[in-house]
Write a new protein. Structure first.
Lengths: 387, 383
């Protein structure tokens, strides 16, 4: 017969101070783990949702980033005529030749300068990114020194209000609008007219990359292969989704440090939980013996104490998660090793993060609780009663 | 029985509990030591004296814009400049994209780079051989050991930024004070293979005649090119490296918050143990009092007991941290950020002092309560 769980709950309540302190220790570990996992989840979201499955990104063969591309602008004419490209309302193929360059902007809180991606694009570049929506002002005009800024740039850098001027490359740029692309990497970019940007960064006559909008997903795949297979072009097609998935690797160092920190803290907390449970067993040795005399079996005592440890860690997990709640959605930047500039993302406490944190805490409880519970179940009845 | 012996005896009389507490504190202190080491080497350490004499110039707009190579001769006119060499990040792939095969490749001038990297050592004949072979390269000794490279070997590096694959002959092996995971090759090779890159260089490495001259040299160089189409940004080698670390995000806040969490967690663990062990001994306190021990001395006994346990944890934590640092340095892909990291004496001392403080603070409350208890009440206590 199992010992009722209310017995464990009452026991935890009885030794309030001990329970609270142990649970807090576990909670701190859980908080740290949740923080790191939420960071990674946010990063994942920013990159993975950036790509559009219909867009094919074309770069020079061998080039792994838009920034390091560079091919003859004349090739763009050939690219545009490839089959499988969607047409706009005027019947023109939706294709955009682009340059991504890096500019340095001062942070709003004056904590230094940050590299920011600046994208020069053709008007079709806006059509093939339907996720990007204007939230203020208007889009830039072709042939003008005008830029629109992503939402994250708008929030994090000074001089990025509509009507302000930004100073980078060879002069001043007028901010005419702010766009929101739904938390994707584009929110960390500044967009302007292709030719204006290329001229300012001495990139005339070439293109860093080209985007082609396919009619459907199958056509996108075919288009990608056609570009890569064409020996004359010396170019390579990538699905935009795949390209961005690769950039999640920017989170590598955070992931590494995160796992490392979480594991070490978890080991420490497990020892602490073990301590508490051993003490709980020691205090109650006579009680346990009594339970045995009444007829509770060894396995049921083992289960009961393991359960108590799990309850304790569950309490810790809940406290830890609640402690982290105010930080949910907080945004931060990470240096993107592909674009050499900062990508802003927000902490995302997704259900999977919360669930992993709870499991993480339960594992700690189990590790800490099993040995003491085993000890409790193995006690000699007579010795314990006399104790 | 002396008082010290009494303290150590009581600290470890419940062996299992003491060991668990010590281990718990140990692991927390490992983290704390690691974080402090990282902090120290990134934000406190000024670098070697050789490094403090070096500067790096890049394009004002960003690292990805290149500079005209003729800037090099102009820079020599700035007072305090001893030597200048162009460097270009090649960013190529060796074998595959796996992080363990990652290393840095720089195109540079074989005739001047070792005059700037004064703390790098290379045999004269090897340097001369490199200078003669335009497709030659010199490699870091650690890197040569890792890949089993020998002089005369040929390595192929696939270009990603540049549309060319480098076929390099290893002509020399250099040793640096800290592993650099770097291969240097002749910039001319790259410039001749890639037409658009002719006459360009990504950055310039500069040697100033003394560390004190570094700010003056930096200002002098930037002033020289301020109004040109390609303005420059010159900073010390250390500042240049830090700008990469800062690009990971707000690292300072990150490290600080982890440290806080760790210290607080240690405090909880230690306080928990002390509360448990002191409560068990309520009757014993009463006995001590009847023997004539004052409140203060009882308080002192318990506090020193907690400090002893915490210190043991702290010392073990420091020792374990050294092992961890070595392991991280050799982790693929991460090594680059942690090159040359070492636990300094000040970090050891700080970590141990913190662990001692944690023990002290954790014991004060329970010990105070125990010391306050009345003798009769204490003797009657059933624990």
């Amino acid at each position: 017969m199992a010992i009722p769980i209310s017995y464990n709950i009452r026991n935890l309540k009885l030794r309030k101070g001990l329970t609270i302190m142990t649970a807090l220790g576990i909670a701190l570990t859980v908080t740290t783990a949740v923080f790191l996992m939420a960071l990674l989840a946010g990063l994942q979201k920013a990159f993975v949702s950036s790509g559009d499955p219909l867009n094919v990104l074309v770069m020079r063969k061998g080039s792994t980033a838009e920034l390091s591309g560079g091919f003859d602008a004349a090739l763009f004419g050939t690219l545009k005529t490839l089959p499988g490209i969607a047409a706009d309302s005027k019947g023109e193929p939706i294709a955009s030749g682009e340059w991504v360059v890096v500019a340095v902007l001062p942070r709003k809180d004056r904590t230094g300068e940050v590299n920011v991606s600046v994208r020069g694009l053709m008007p079709a570049g806006l059509t093939l990114r339907p996720k990007a929506k204007l939230i203020e002002g208007r889009w830039f005009t072709t042939g003008q020194r005008e830029v629109v800024v992503g939402k994250s740039i708008h929030n994090r850098f000074s001089g990025t209000q509509v009507g302000d001027t930004l100073d980078f490359a060879k002069g001043q740029w007028k901010v005419v609008g702010v766009f929101d692309s739904g938390g994707t990497a584009y929110d960390s970019e500044i967009w302007g007219d292709l030719n204006q940007i290329a001229a300012d960064f001495d990139r005339q006559g070439g293109l860093g990359s080209a985007y082609l909008r396919a009619t459907d997903a199958v056509a996108a795949d075919a288009l990608k292969n056609r570009v890569s297979d064409d020996q004359r072009l010396k170019l390579e097609g990538h699905l935009e989704t795949e390209y961005y998935e690769k950039q999640t690797s920017s989170g590598g160092p955070i992931k590494f440090i995160g796992i490392f920190v979480a594991i070490i803290m978890a080991v420490g907390s497990s020892f602490a939980a073990m301590n508490t449970m051993y003490a709980a067993v020691a205090y109650r040795s006579r009680e346990i013996a009594t339970l045995r005399v009444i007829g509770f079996s060894r396995p049921s005592i083992l289960t009961s104490f393991v359960l108590e440890a799990l309850l304790l860690s569950l309490l810790g997990a809940v406290v830890g998660i609640v402690l982290m709640l105010p930080f949910n959605g907080m945004s931060t930047g990470v240096g993107n090793q592909v674009t050499f500039s900062e990508t802003v993302f927000s902490l995302q406490m997704t259900w999977s993060v919360v669930l992993t944190a709870i499991i993480f805490a339960l594992v700690m409880g189990l590790l800490g609780g099993f040995a003491p519970a085993w000890h409790a179940a193995r006690q000699e009845i007579l010795a314990a009663l006399r104790g | 029985m002396t008082l010290t012996r009494f303290v150590t005896k009581s600290a470890f009389r419940n062996k299992r509990r003491s060991i668990l507490t010590v281990l718990s504190i140990t692991f927390s202190l490992v983290l704390l030591t690691l974080m402090m080491t990282v902090w120290h080497s990134w934000y406190v350490d000024k670098g070697s004296t050789e490094s403090a004499q070096r500067l790096i110039t890049r394009h004002r707009v960003s690292l990805t814009q290149s500079l005209p190579e003729y800037y090099r001769e102009k820079m020599r006119t700035v007072p305090g400049v001893v030597a200048v060499a162009p460097t270009q990040w090649f960013g190529g792939l060796y074998k595959d994209e796996k992080p363990e095969n990652f290393f840095a490749q720089f195109g540079t001038d074989p005739n001047e780079i070792f005059k700037i990297a004064t703390d790098f050592k290379i045999p004269e004949d090897q340097l001369a051989a490199w200078q003669k072979d335009q497709a030659g390269a010199v490699v870091d000794s650690e890197l040569a050991k890792k890949f089993g490279w020998k002089i005369g070997d040929r390595i192929i590096i696939k270009g990603t930024i540049f549309p060319v694959n480098l076929e390099l002959n290893i002509r020399g092996i250099f040793t640096a004070p800290q592993p650099t995971i770097t291969v240097y090759f002749n910039l001319k090779y790259l410039q001749e293979a890639v037409s658009f890159f002719k006459g360009h260089a990504g950055t310039f490495n500069i040697l100033a005649d003394s560390p004190d001259d570094v700010p003056k040299v930096a200002a002098g160089i930037d002033a020289l090119f301020r109004n040109s189409p390609e303005p420059t940004k010159t900073e010390s080698e250390k500042a240049f490296q830090l700008s990469f670390i800062n690009s990971i995000g707000n690292v300072k806040a990150f490290i600080l918050s982890i440290c806080m969490a760790v210290v607080f967690a240690t405090l909880l663990v230690s306080a928990n143990t002390m509360a448990m062990s002191i409560r068990e001994r309520t009757r014993e306190v009463a006995v001590l009092k009847t023997l004539g021990f004052t409140r203060q001395s009882i308080l002192g006994l318990y506090v020193s007991e907690a400090v002893t346990v915490a210190l043991v944890g702290g010392i073990l934590g420091c020792l374990l941290a050294v092992g961890f640092i070595e392991a991280i340095k050799h982790a693929p892909a991460m090594g680059f950020f942690f090159l040359g990291m070492k636990v300094t004496w000040s970090t050891y001392v700080l970590a141990i002092v913190i662990s001692g403080m944690v023990g002290l603070v954790s014991a004060i409350f329970p010990a105070y309560h125990a010391a306050k208890i009345g003798i009769v009440e204490g003797l009657r206590h059933i624990g």
